[in-house]
Design a protein around this ligand. Structure first.
Ligand SMILES: [Zn+2]
Length: 51
């Protein structure tokens, strides 16, 4: 009954696919998710996807 398993096994499956973006207005680099990404600093949508 008291076997030690890995209760955190499904934690890796919750990894979100975030991408790196850079705001072209204020130069802030951040991680975005989804199609419409806005800069968290200045709320601009003039952002560039970084690889
Ligand atoms: Zn910005």
């Amino acid at each position: 009954m008291c076997s030690s398993g890995g209760p955190m096994a499904d934690l890796s499956m919750k990894k979100l696919k975030t991408k790196k973006y850079k705001c072209l207005d204020c130069g802030n680099e951040f991680k975005g998710l989804g199609r419409k990404v806005i800069c968290p600093s200045c709320q601009s949508d003039n952002v560039e996807l970084r690889e």
